[in-house]
Design a protein around this ligand. Structure first.
Ligand SMILES: [Zn+2]
Length: 418
């Protein structure tokens, strides 16, 4: 990609209508093309579990693009073991459309699969394999359509943005987005192809999580007054988190387009103490807020931290002046909050034929693109119900719908505006 995107004097919009009528290939098909199908199988065959490198897959993608005359830029992780890939088809002096997907998958460890997760098999119109749904099928369809994108000679650029480490807190794409922001990159639309059943998703919750380590003071359990019980202190804070959860559930704020329609709070792990006859020295627990896009997770965190320090800490400190709480932020994914009257929504509706929009509870990279000033929606094949599970699958019909949507997108950005 060339540095710097400069708006053309009369830049065509993504909503500019094309002159000719949509062709017969526009009808919703139930079977994807052989090229998409083969590309899905190829991508699944790379074990890109987040803890491992994705470079073999990235090399494959780079070679594939190079064969069609498209240069790729890779944005590596700090340790160089993984990389994002960014490529542009079409002009680089105007704002176009970003197609975004992550290349990593969740582990298959301990999951009872009926077939090899990295060798896709078809049964009953579904393709089974790790990442079929979340979300290599979308990435594969983008790649399979590259020859059509090139042949269309688009008037607006189509950007491919493929990331690593999405499944472990959307870590990878941040480096790519930072780079694009530094260059002044602009786009009219970003489609994040996470599985939405091809529905146009305009919002998702944000998520922010923390680890809390409680440092108490050990004593014989017959002498509790000489100890500072880290497990009990943790329990008081966890109980307060639960009280916050009940408050949001009862009092809101609410957004009925989310399930559940309020900010949820959850403590996921807790470990502490060594033996019943020892007042525990240490306890740690992890908790998260999955918040409505309008809620501020830092304000929620401040509330729990303030409670711990005002209500729980003084009693511990009376016994042990260095007792206390350590808080460590584990992950943060901003929510997505795209206005329903935004152009990107109208654009996505024309591509999918949808009239309605929805919101989802799971987090994606979309909020990060939005924060970078790029109008963003989520729309991709498959159901989140199948994601992360054993026997994950994609319905081939969904892949065909995705293909049809992207073909309409190619025509939209290629046609001469009327
Ligand atoms: Zn995903």
């Amino acid at each position: 990609m060339r540095a710097g995107f400069f708006p053309a004097a009369a830049e065509p919009g993504i909503l500019a209508r094309r002159k000719s009528r949509e062709g017969p290939s526009d009808r919703t098909m139930t079977q994807p093309s052989a090229a998409s199908r083969a590309m899905i199988e190829r991508l699944i065959s790379f074990d890109t579990t987040s803890r491992d490198s994705n470079l073999a897959l990235i090399d494959f993608v780079r070679d594939h693009l190079a064969r069609h005359g498209i240069a790729s830029e890779t944005v590596p992780s700090e340790d160089g073991c993984k990389a994002n890939l960014f490529a542009t088809i079409g002009p680089t002096d105007r704002a176009g459309v970003v197609l975004s997907g992550h290349t990593d998958v969740v582990p298959v460890d301990g999951q009872p699969w009926d077939s090899d997760p990295f060798r896709p098999v078809e049964r009953d119109g579904r393709l089974y394999g790790r990442g079929t749904c979340d979300m290599k099928s979308f990435v594969a369809v983008c790649l399979a359509l590259v020859p059509e994108m090139v042949a269309a000679n688009p008037r607006l650029p189509i950007h491919l943005a493929f990331s690593y480490d999405e499944e472990v807190g959307c870590r990878g794409v941040r480096r790519l987005i930072d780079l694009l922001v530094r260059r002044g990159f602009r786009a009219q639309a970003c489609i994040v192809g996470e599985p939405t059943g091809m529905r146009v998703v305009v919002g998702h919750k944000g998520k922010k999580s923390w680890k809390c380590v409680v440092h108490g003071h050990e004593a014989h359990s017959s002498l509790t007054h000489l100890g500072a019980n880290a497990v009990e202190a943790a329990a008081e804070v966890v109980t307060r988190l639960k009280a916050m959860a009940r408050r949001f559930r009862a009092e809101g704020p609410f957004d009925p387009m989310f399930e559940p329609p309020y900010t949820s709070v959850h403590t996921g792990t807790i470990h502490g103490g060594t033996a019943l006859n020892i007042v525990p020295l240490r306890c740690e627990f992890d908790f998260e807020f999955r918040h409505l896009p309008g809620d501020d997770p830092d304000a929620l965190f401040a509330e729990i931290k303030d409670f711990a320090e005002r209500e729980v800490l003084p009693e511990m400190r009376a016994v042990r002046p260095d007792a206390g709480f350590d808080w460590q932020e584990l992950s943060w994914i901003p929510g997505l909050n795209t206005r329903e009257d935004d152009e990107v929504v109208a654009f996505a509706k024309t591509l999918t034929g949808a009239n309605a929009v929805s919101k989802v509870a799971f987090g994606t990279e979309a909020g990060l693109f939005q924060m970078a000033g790029i109008p963003t929606i989520v729309c991709g094949p498959g159901s989140i119900e199948q994601a992360h599970k054993p026997n994950e699958f994609i319905a081939l019909d969904q892949v065909a719908q995705c293909e049809a949507m992207l073909r309409r997108m190619i025509r939209r950005v290629s046609a001469v505006p009327a």
